[in-house]
Design a protein around this ligand. Structure first.
Ligand SMILES: Nc1ncnc2c1ncn2[C@@H]1O[C@H](COP(=O)(O)OP(=O)(O)OP(=O)(O)O)[C@@H](O)[C@H]1O
Ligand SMILES: [Mg+2]
Length: 332
């Protein structure tokens, strides 16, 4: 049995050259990464990028075509069972029994981990409370709503307090309050020291939750770094948005001539955006506009976000990532 180290900086999961081929599809292509104990690690990519296939290899549901997987330094590539007691898995689709109630499903999962009757009853009740499912505890899983199902699947994944938790798109296709509740629960688990491996195609979710993020596209890991480093890469960009009133003509041309350090873009009738790699001096700009009878009612500095980094690194349009959100409903 593999033991957990409880030492900050310990590598909990290590994937080296991880590859999965399905006939003519190279779903995951020589991917290398490590996940440190206690961190929230995000795998971010569009549909078909290889996220689920990677999770399946890490958790023992799929056999890698090539590469190695280590948990706490021990090679488990050939026998993931050795690490099974360390992990909780929340798959992208339900793995629970439709004919059992919420409470029965959780108790059944707990029994698989050898928990005694009293302990599993207590744990099931606590998790049902935590996810606001206490009132539905006696109802069959089959009649749960999508969000309720998702929450119960997560509860089942953490029933045994696993030190490592894998979640495959935990908030896809559920409503805003449930998604928020799940993110809060993940933040709580992290603060208790759980190592979390999360896949998502919601850039904001990765930005909000993850300390380190890997971008995966077409089976390849194209970038991996801390959120801070990823964003710092484009932090020398300064973006300011001006809200204008009384601006009937397009002033981007004259502005461009007068302030050649920046590029100007008219976002709407009243909003103008300036990008530059120099610090922006507002006074001359405002004066320039006022001299042309245009009032600047607001100037906002926009912080470059992970979205900007993602687009710059992968070349994938945000629209493509955004439209994925609609595949299962509203995700935010
Ligand atoms: N069992 C399988 N047989 C054949 N091809 C597969 C199989 N599972 C996955 N694939 C292919 O592998 C690629 C990666 O799929 P995967 O499900 O890992 O993507 P994903 O990033 O999880 O996408 P999504 O965001 O849609 O969940 C896709 O091209 C998919 O069609
Ligand atoms: Mg998937």
């Amino acid at each position: 049995m593999i033991t957990k180290m409880n030492d900050p900086g310990t590598v909990a999961i290590e994937a080296c050259g991880l590859t999965k081929r399905f006939a003519d599809v190279l779903a995951v292509d020589r991917v290398d990464f490590d996940v440190r104990e206690g961190e929230v690690f995000g795998f971010l990519g569009p549909n078909g990028a290889g996220k689920t296939t990677t999770i399946n290899m890490l958790t023992g549901l799929a056999r890698p075509t090539a590469g190695t997987i280590r948990y706490f330094g021990r090679d488990v590539t050939q026998n993931r069972k050795k690490a099974q007691h360390l992990m909780g898995v929340v798959p992208d689709e339900s793995n629970l029994y439709p004919e059992l109630t919420g409470h029965e499903n959780l108790c059944f999962c707990a029994s698989l981990y050898g928990m005694r009757k009293r302990e599993r009853e207590d744990r099931a009740r606590r998790l049902l409370d935590l996810f606001d499912l206490a009132d539905a505890a006696g109802r069959k899983f089959a009649v749960y709503s999508k969000g309720m199902k998702r929450k119960l699947v997560i509860a089942a994944g953490i029933i045994h307090n696993p030190p490592i938790l894998f979640l495959d798109e935990p908030t896809t296709g559920i409503d805003v309050p449930s998604a928020r509740q799940i993110r809060q629960m993940l933040a709580d688990l992290k603060s208790q020291g759980t190592t979390i491996f999360l896949t998502t195609h919601y850039i904001e979710e990765a930005e909000r939750l993850c300390e380190r993020i890997a971008f995966i596209v077409d089976g390849k890991l194209v970038k991996l770094d801390t959120l801070n480093n990823l964003v710092r890469d484009i932090q020398n960009q300064h973006v300011v948005e001006f809200t204008l009133s009384g601006c009937d003509t397009d002033l981007t041309g004259p502005l461009q001539n007068a302030f050649s350090d920046g590029t100007f873009e008219r976002i709407s009738d009243t909003v103008l955006r300036m990008r530059t790699d120099q610090p922006v001096h507002l006074a001359p700009l405002v004066r320039f506009l006022e001299d042309r009878s245009v009032d600047v009612t607001e100037a906002r500095i926009i912080r470059p976000s992970l979205e900007d980094v993602f687009v710059a690194v992968t070349g994938i349009e945000l629209e493509r990532m955004r439209s994925e959100k609609d595949k299962g409903g509203r995700g935010r």
